[in-house]
Design a protein. Structure first.
Length: 275
């Protein structure tokens, strides 16, 4: 079993899926903090020193901006952590959707041209689904087809089976959408984290204002305002990225459900016979 299959097994178990999300967040936090400690913050301090030296040497020199300085504070760092976490969770969901789609591409029913399915044959086809790996049995395609076959075997009614396909696809669409709640939380939390930095920066700037009035050095005031604007800029930019990925993920899942319903209509319902 490869890594993708192991991830699929974890995602079928809701407790393990939640544990995996938290563990992934901890790993991302550790990696990002290590990157900040080793590279981002030292580089930002070095850049500030270089720019200050250039300004001291030439009063007409206009300092440039560095992305490392923009993201060096704790709030932008937290936004980066949540963004990477959300993107990895979205990647896992896309991989899960691709595994389900592969069942459609491989023609999971594998019926011969012109073959028909009678009510008594439903049980034999259900056994084929039971032979799939556990994590594939819990994916969208087998669940929809199994529901239709069970209904057809129990009622011997083709219309009931067709209705079951439609209702099952609606349920699967709702289930897939509900499983995106963690990513929705990340999408909401990123701008909120940025606003926390905005409020903290403005608070520091206002607190320092009384000292700046009696001083020729405005660094205390400008550093607070810099934190405020940098936090907002970073959070909103990352939020746009995550929102785009989130909507693409929704599109992938919606297409999977629609294609599953179409496949069930073309390859299953059309082949059902009562006699």
């Amino acid at each position: 079993m490869n890594v993708s299959d192991w991830l699929g097994v974890l995602q079928t178990n809701k407790t393990l899926d939640r544990f995996m999300s938290i563990a992934l967040l901890l790993v991302v936090t550790l990696v990002v903090q290590l990157t900040y400690a080793v590279y981002v913050r030292p580089s930002a301090v070095e850049w500030r020193g270089q720019q200050q030296a250039l300004v001291d040497a030439d009063s007409k020199y206009k300092p440039t901006r560095s992305i490392l300085v923009v993201i060096a504070e704790p709030e932008p760092e937290t936004s980066v952590i949540v963004t990477v976490w959300a993107l990895l969770l979205a990647g896992l969901r896309v991989a899960n959707a691709k595994r389900s789609r592969k069942l459609l591409e491989d023609d999971i029913l594998q019926l011969q041209p012109g073959a028909c399915i009678l009510p008594d044959d439903a049980r034999d086809h259900l056994r084929r689904f039971d032979q799939l790996p556990k994590h594939l049995q819990e994916s969208v395609v087998p669940r929809v087809l199994k529901s239709a076959l069970k209904r057809f075997g129990a009622t011997r009614n083709i219309q009931d089976a067709a209705t079951t396909v439609h209702h099952s696809c609606e349920i699967e669409a709702t289930r897939l959408d509900a499983e995106l709640s963690t990513i929705r939380f990340a999408v909401w939390s990123i701008p909120a984290i940025g606003f926390v930095g905005t409020v903290r920066g403005l608070g520091e700037a206002l607190e320092s204002a009384q000292f700046v009035l009696n001083s020729t050095n405005p660094a205390a005031l400008t550093s607070g305002l810099g934190l405020s604007f940098n936090s907002t800029f970073t959070a909103l930019t990352l939020c746009i990225l995550v929102m785009y990925v989130f909507h693409e993920l929704q599109l992938v899942q919606d297409r999977l459900v629609l294609d599953t319903e179409q496949y069930a209509e073309d390859e299953l319902i059309s082949r059902l016979r009562t006699t």
